[in-house]
Design a protein around this ligand. Structure first.
Ligand SMILES: NC(=O)c1ccc[n+]([C@@H]2O[C@H](COP(=O)([O-])OP(=O)(O)OC[C@H]3O[C@@H](n4cnc5c(N)ncnc54)[C@H](OP(=O)(O)O)[C@@H]3O)[C@@H](O)[C@H]2O)c1
Length: 219
């Protein structure tokens, strides 16, 4: 059992992560903009008013008070298609703000709540893998997740001395609002795999990039 803060716990993969972690006895703290009915029905603690596109996320630290976190699970993210033919720079910037800077800002804001043995897990996408990119396009999403991957690697270096491990995890192609409910797996399978990967994360494996099914992914 541990205390786990999850961003984007309102719906989709984040909501299911909150449900499964809470069901097994972990203390879940949902960090959200505005809580959904489904999240409220879980009965977990909710810290609201946290938009990952905001510069100042210190309200999350204030709400935690002197409590420490066993896991910070940065799951909130956005996807908007961007192409070379009709480049929407605002869409690219917005995805950077939420997908890359959001996890950086909230991890920095909550760094003082992490202690020896704590873990930071970022939900990225294999679309942020340079080596895995064979279909192109999606500039804002791919670039923002690649930047998140780099931030995660730097955090693993910076936090190792404090005994804190860090990873990036691909949740699979999951049926959620983000994918228009297309996908290969449901949120239950995705969340179960993500939780297993977080459980087995250690200082020895810190800094890695995994699929929720356990496969190592190339950068
Ligand atoms: N679904 C897939 O196949 C897939 C594949 C690869 C990676 N991922 C990644 O998995 C994560 C979860 O995706 P999902 O499929 O569950 O998507 P989703 O159903 O669209 O849910 C996205 C979640 O992120 C939150 N969020 C979005 N923008 C936010 C902001 N500015 N501030 C705070 N919260 C924000 C949403 O909160 P609101 O309810 O307030 O909007 C929602 O809880 C994302 O990081 C995504 O990139 C998903």
């Amino acid at each position: 059992m541990g205390r786990i803060a999850i961003t984007g716990a309102n719906r989709g993969i984040g909501l299911e992560l909150a449900r499964q972690l809470s069901a097994r006895g972990d203390e879940v703290i949902a960090l959200v903009r505005r809580p959904s009915d489904a999240l409220q029905d879980l009965g977990v603690e909710i810290i609201e008013g946290l938009d990952m596109s905001a510069d100042d996320l210190s309200a999350a630290s204030d709400a935690l008070g002197d409590r420490t976190l066993d896991v910070l699970l940065n799951n909130a993210g956005v996807l908007q298609r961007t192409s070379l033919d009709d480049l929407d720079l605002e869409a690219v910037r917005w995805q950077f703000e939420v997908n890359a800077l959001g996890p950086l800002k909230i991890t920095s804001a909550l760094a003082s709540h992490l202690v020896e043995g704590s873990k930071v897990a970022h939900v990225t996408s294999r679309m942020g893998s340079v080596a895995d990119n064979s279909s192109g396009s999606h500039y804002g999403y791919r670039m923002s997740k690649a930047a998140l991957n780099m931030a995660s690697k730097s955090m693993s270096v910076d936090l190792a001395g404090r005994g804190i491990s860090v990873c990036v995890l691909h949740p699979g192609y999951v049926r959620t609002d983000m994918t228009g409910h297309n996908g290969l797996i449901d949120t239950h399978e995705s969340a179960a795999g993500l939780i297993a990967r977080i459980d087995e994360l250690s200082l020895e494996t810190s800094g890695g990039f995994w699929h929720q099914n356990g496969d190592r992914l190339p950068w």
